[in-house]
Write a protein that binds this ligand. Structure first.
Ligand SMILES: [Zn+2]
Ligand SMILES: [Zn+2]
Length: 263
């Protein structure tokens, strides 16, 4: 399925509806623009295919797909410039970089803003709004439609659209089994990653050899019963004032409290 082509077709249809100039054509333009945005979202997802639970995402709505895209790659909603160059010395970034252009991507923020705004024009006003005498603001809809048309045109004519350079790393969460995926940053050596499903968090570090190490962010805490001292392991996110547990050894109850130590 070529979603870029589908997006272009819907953008073309939207442009035709906008050019008619009649207010009555604007809702059809809005519908076509929304479909173009949906196609672009699925296109992005295809580029990250390996990172998706394919059997599930087949049935996902565009907004859900975009949310997952952002989870995998926090940079997915930002424009990025891609450049390459020859390394003269091993491991030292090249001095001369050739730019491949700027990739303009449909960001989640922009998507949400535009997609929702257009959605409200595709239904007749609610009973309350009609009672209040509110009418559809066609000049606002036209302005928004034009804005989105220009933006989508830029996205679809971007020279390096949908490139997914870089490596990915994923694990199954030790705590809940949820699959956690991250794009490996080209800039930082260590990132903190939180499971979206539970309290687990990990410190992920990697080398240029594309090896990543997922280190669970956990702490050992001893039972406060002097005669017991049984250790339990907790996630850093679980350490907070008032948290409590029953000791598996002596069955005593322990609570975490804020402490002051006199020095
Ligand atoms: Zn988890
Ligand atoms: Zn104990």
């Amino acid at each position: 399925m070529n979603y870029t082509e589908i997006a272009r077709e819907h953008l073309k249809a939207a442009t035709e509806q906008l050019e008619i100039g009649a207010d009555s054509a604007l809702k059809y333009a809005a519908l076509e623009l929304r479909m173009a945005m949906e196609a672009i979202t699925y296109d992005r997802a295809a580029a990250f295919k390996e990172e998706f639970p394919i059997e599930e995402y087949d049935t996902w709505q565009p907004r859900k797909v975009m949310a997952v895209l952002l989870e995998i790659d926090p940079m997915a909603d930002k424009d990025s410039t891609i450049a390459f160059g020859l390394e003269e010395e091993n491991g030292v970034p090249a001095k001369k970089m050739t730019s491949l252009g700027v990739e303009t991507v449909l960001s989640m923020r922009v998507l949400k803003k535009h997609y929702d705004a257009l959605g409200s024009f595709l239904h007749i006003p609610t009973i309350r709004r009609t009672k209040e005498g509110k009418k559809i603001d066609y000049s606002k809809l036209r302005k928004r439609g034009e804005e989105i048309r220009v933006y989508l045109d830029k996205v679809l004519s971007s020279p390096v659209f949908n490139s997914t350079l870089g490596a990915f790393s994923s694990i199954e969460c030790m705590e809940c089994g949820n699959k956690i995926r991250r794009r490996i940053s080209q800039v930082e050596n260590t990132i903190n990653v939180e499971c979206s499903n539970c309290v687990a968090s990990y410190r992920v570090s990697y080398s240029r050899a594309n090896q990543s190490i997922w280190e669970p962010m956990q702490k050992e805490i001893e039972c406060a019963n002097r005669g017991c001292r049984k250790k339990i392991v907790v996630w850093e996110k679980e350490i907070r004032q008032g948290a409590n547990w029953t000791c598996p050894e002596c069955k005593g109850k322990n609570s975490l409290v804020l402490g002051v130590v006199y020095e």
